[in-house]
Design a binder for this molecule. Structure first.
Ligand code: RM4
Ligand code: MN
Ligand code: MN
Length: 424
């Protein structure tokens, strides 16, 4: 399903008058909003190919119908998100769930839809049909050099697919670790993993980055070999200047101070990418901002301050991706809500007066420091986001547009009720 620019324009037309009124009110209270609107309209986020189907849990799955069964359909779904939001303009492929066997044709379709290819993701956490050796006891950490070699070769193959599509980064997330005390020699597991990562890193194209994603637990429950940002940073630092840490919001122990982690990684020039989602307990992969939007805002405060200090582009210098998927919502509605939450947190964090905040911090004015954050957080930035969207030809209210244009019904009519996406 593809939307015509006219459909978006028609949807927007009746909403422009109230929007103008809200924008004028915003400027009267807060001053000129132009630079904020510009930054929001420039922001771009990638969608993972595995989030377009219903997520499910190990207990069951309740598909929404009309799921994209093949890669072309996944691209079309992201194209739909792009038309509606203007912000979601890239897809992140997970190999082998989505193999671009005809890279040329896939690229052509992406071009037609105005999409980029974000990081490619390797998968050495599942055994694939016909695979020679098993990852049951890990992949890059494995005691058997044959298994490690197989994992290395898989990652090289993933890079090759990405190269053909124009990706510029690979994300390595390892399920490696142990579930029982005594199972693993931690030092050997680290060394093996490092040597395997190094073998992949050696083949990384010059203009590529390697992201090393950590996770505190699951599927291993006693130790994870890349379990936290310290371990990831250790690997990334030993590997070299094109290796970075990737932060997935759901991959921490409860109540971890993620904003502090982000601040320090950025300070060290070692933050590479970001996976957005929200959670209450573990790697829940819930819609971004649904549980703890204030934390997301605090994270964006550190991201913006850290990037600005290093002269980094908010849009191009970090890999932004949504990594959320679950069982209850229409996956596209879920992604629209996630995009919305990210832009809202970003825009609110842009409102923080960093100079005043620095002064208040220097003077140990704890109350004012907190006030400066909360004043920004409590500001309603929705009109700015709608205006940013209007300017890039997207819907001023993408969720309502998706519903009123009956997108899911059309997808079900095209693909059937039972079509299933590959992935988790
Ligand atoms: C992991 C991690 C990775 C994602 C897989 C599907 O928990 O978040 O980023 O590729 O799930
Ligand atoms: Mn992730
Ligand atoms: Mn995860």
């Amino acid at each position: 399903m593809r939307l015509k620019p006219q459909q978006i324009e028609d949807f927007n037309s009746s909403r422009l008058k109230p929007l103008k009124f809200q924008l004028d009110a915003f400027s009267t209270i807060h001053g000129d909003a132009e630079s904020l609107i510009k930054k929001v309209s420039d922001f771009r986020i990638a969608i993972p190919s595995w989030a377009l189907g219903t997520g499910g849990t190990r207990f069951g799955r309740f598909p929404a119908g009309g799921e994209p069964a093949i890669l072309d359909e996944k691209l079309e779904d992201v194209g739909l998100l792009r038309s509606l939001t203007g912000t979601a303009d890239a897809i992140s492929l997970h190999i082998p769930w989505d193999i671009p066997s005809n890279a040329f044709a896939v690229r052509q379709l992406a071009d037609e839809l105005g999409l980029r290819f974000d990081a490619v993701n390797s998968n050495t956490f599942q055994d694939q049909p016909g695979q020679r050796l098993s990852y049951k006891f890990g992949s890059m950490q494995h005691t058997d050099p044959g298994v490690r070699q197989q994992a290395i070769e898989h990652n090289l193959e993933v890079i090759e697919y990405g190269r053909q599509l124009g990706s510029k980064s690979i994300t390595v997330w390892l399920a490696d670790g142990s579930s029982f005390p005594g199972q693993l020699n931690f030092r050997n597991a680290f060394q093996n993993t490092f040597q395997s990562l190094e073998a992949v890193y050696k083949h990384l194209p010059e203009d590529w980055k390697m992201f090393i994603e950590y996770k505190a637990f699951e599927p291993n429950f006693y130790s994870m070999t890349v379990g936290d940002w310290g371990q990831s940073l250790l690997f990334a630092s030993k590997l070299g200047s094109r290796a970075f840490t990737l932060v997935d919001l759901g991959h921490h122990l409860p109540n971890a101070n993620i904003e502090q982690i982000v601040a320090l990684l950025l300070m060290e020039g070692k933050l590479g990418g970001f996976h957005f989602n929200d959670s209450k307990y573990g790697d829940d992969d819930l819609t971004v901002g649904c549980i703890n939007p204030y934390q997301l805002f605090l994270i964006f405060n550190e991201l913006i301050a850290g990037m600005d200090e290093r002269g980094m582009s908010h849009t191009a210098d970090l890999g932004w991706m949504i990594d959320a998927s679950h069982n209850l919502k229409d996956p596209l509605e879920d992604l629209i809500q996630s995009v919305d939450a990210i832009l809202t947190a970003y825009c609110k964090a842009l409102l923080i007066d960093q100079i005043k905040l620095n002064n208040a911090q220097r003077e140990n004015d704890v109350v004012l420091s907190q006030e400066l954050l909360q004043m920004a957080y409590l500001t309603d930035v929705r009109p700015l986001i709608s205006e940013a969207r209007r300017r890039i030809g997207a819907a001023v209210d993408p969720l309502t547009a998706y519903r009123s244009l009956k997108c899911r019904a059309e997808l079900i009519a095209d693909r059937g009720k039972a079509s299933r996406a590959t992935g988790l």
